[in-house]
Design a binder for this molecule. Structure first.
Ligand SMILES: Nc1ncnc2c1ncn2[C@@H]1O[C@H](COP(=O)(O)OP(=O)(O)OP(=O)(O)O)[C@@H](O)[C@H]1O
Ligand SMILES: [Mg+2]
Length: 250
């Protein structure tokens, strides 16, 4: 379970998170919001990387500010841009992650083999990460975040760059994780994907939660037919988009 209570984050004068409160439990929670709305900032606070200005975040009942190390043990965070050691091979990276996470040897080997096979990167295990394609790096990042079997997953646009087959496998993995009782926050700009996998969706705009519910509930409340229309309405972009499209017409 993830509990966010009255959360604020300012960078100087800039308010990135402006009074966010919501709860996620044993579900796939989609976080939607325009560029710059605060999604990554929120993920980084939840992962214990960025400190909030005010407010509280509890992950499985543990206060992230009070015990960031404990939280890091139970959280798997996949950042929007893979942060990897370019001069290691995936095999070396997974060994390294296994050591710092204190994963027993056999268990690590079994998990690495399973995930490497699932994402089809067997042939890249001995190649420097710096020389891998973007999507392959993303797969390495996904695998390294899953090795310690985290109870909570924070996925910041983690399907970016994955080919259709890997995206499908990742989606199925997420459904399995949900069945196991994991809590998952998933941010994306791909609305059909959010519609397909998320139990509930929170729309964040200018650091505030402007709507929350299942896709059906959101459509009903906004009197709109598609999630895209709901999103544009909630983020006050609908008329603006129309005007811009008109202006672009030759
Ligand atoms: N380290 C930082 N220093 C200063 N401002 C920051 C920093 N990180 C984020 N911000 C600002 O906070 C706001 C929220 O940024 P954030 O990266 O959380 O947005 P986002 O919703 O993840 O956007 P995107 O969809 O583009 O990934 C933006 O105005 C951004 O410029
Ligand atoms: Mg972001």
């Amino acid at each position: 379970m993830i509990e966010v209570k009255e959360l604020y984050k300012a960078y100087g004068d800039k308010i990135a998170i402006n009074g966010l409160s919501f709860t996620v439990s044993d579900e796939i929670y989609g976080l939607l919001g325009p560029n710059g709305s605060g999604k990554t900032t929120l993920m980084r606070i939840l992962a214990g990387i960025t400190k909030p200005t005010r407010g509280k975040v509890l992950v499985e009942g543990i206060d992230v500010a009070e015990n960031p190390l404990k939280v890091k043990e139970i959280v798997g965070y996949i950042p929007e841009t893979p942060v990897l050691y370019e001069s290691l091979t995936p095999g070396e990276l997974f060994d390294f992650v296994g050591k710092i996470r204190k994963i027993p040897g056999e268990e690590l080997e079994e998990r690495v083999n399973r995930l490497v096979k699932a994402f089809g990167i067997e042939n890249y295990m001995d190649q420097f990460i710096g020389t891998l394609s973007f999507g392959t790096k993303q797969k390495v990042s996904v695998i390294s975040a899953l090795l310690h079997n985290p109870r909570v997953l924070l996925l910041d646009e983690s399907m970016n760059g994955l080919d259709a087959k890997s995206a499908r496998i990742f989606r199925e993995l997420l459904f399995e994780f949900k069945k196991e009782g994991k809590s998952i926050i998933f941010s994306t700009h791909i609305l059909p994907l959010a519609e397909m996998i998320c139990d509930r969706i929170g729309v964040i705009y200018r650091g505030k939660l402007v709507a929350e519910g299942s896709v059906e509930e959101l459509k009903e409340r906004a009197h709109e037919e598609s999630l895209e229309e709901v999103f544009l309405k909630l983020t006050e972009s609908k008329e603006e988009v129309f005007e811009i499209i008109q202006a672009l017409k030759l």
